[in-house]
Design a protein around this ligand. Structure first.
Ligand SMILES: *Cc1c(COP(=O)(O)O)cnc(C)c1O
Length: 226
């Protein structure tokens, strides 16, 4: 059972994040409408999520297919206009479930996944918005294509698989200045000929907006600590 205070908490935090996005957009001389807020609800349950939907939030992000399957079919039945983004790593054996449940995937990062998603979209007659994840810090433990392969990977998706790529996504290394990575991803996106930029989390979405983020993925600043 959630208390009234807890519900008020996430709604107030959502309002504050929206205001901060609007302020960051203004500073960057960008229209706020060009920035989609994705509320990252991983680890939170349906009772935590409902007040945030009730406050008007429609785009949500999850990082695990299985976890999303446990809560979102019910929530989607209640709120049919919700848009669901998969922002975490994807295994090709989960491609069918992912295409069924999600509207966008931000973690396309290897040919096998791109091919599996392409085949599932055709089989299910669904079109998802797809982002290619770039490992801008070239960290061994992190998913994503290495920067020097981003362009050829995007072109392979387009030309060989006939996939439309909406943009690039990155998660900067925790111990580095995120703005450097955001600037780098912005430049890479231009080289790749894509306009979407999925970057910026609770601690750095304002910097990401300054460098052209079109999708910010904000979890704890809305839902509280995980
Ligand atoms: C968890 C997560 C986020 C949100 O992180 P916060 O710091 O809670 O805002 C954004 N992107 C990805 C890929 C995540 O896994």
């Amino acid at each position: 059972m959630r208390t009234a205070e807890a519900e008020e908490g996430s709604q107030q935090r959502l309002a504050r994040v929206r205001q901060e996005i609007a302020d960051a957009a203004k500073s960057a001389r960008r229209p706020t409408s060009g920035i989609e807020l994705i509320a990252v609800s991983k680890t939170f349950n349906a009772d935590d999520i409902r007040p945030v939907v009730a406050a008007g939030q429609r785009h949500f992000g999850e990082n695990r297919v299985q976890e999303a399957q446990a809560k979102w079919p019910q929530l989607r039945a209640e709120f049919p206009d919700v848009v669901l983004h998969l922002i975490g790593p994807l295994q090709s054996n989960k491609a069918r479930d992912a295409v069924q449940l999600f509207d966008a995937i931000h973690s396309i990062d290897r040919p096998k996944i791109a091919k599996a998603i392409s085949e599932e979209m055709a089989a299910q007659k669904r079109v998802l918005r797809l982002f290619v994840q770039v490992n801008t810090g070239e960290e061994a433990q992190k998913a994503g294509v290495v920067p020097r392969e981003a362009k050829s990977f995007v072109e392979m998706c387009r030309n060989d698989l006939k996939l439309e790529i909406a943009g690039l996504m990155c998660i900067p290394p925790v111990d580095e200045e995120p703005a450097v990575h955001f600037a780098f991803l912005q430049k890479l996106a231009r080289d790749c000929g894509v306009s979407g930029l999925s970057m910026g989390m609770s601690s750095d979405f304002e910097a990401a907006i300054a460098f052209g983020a079109t999708h910010v993925r904000v979890g704890s600043a809305i839902f509280g600590v995980r």
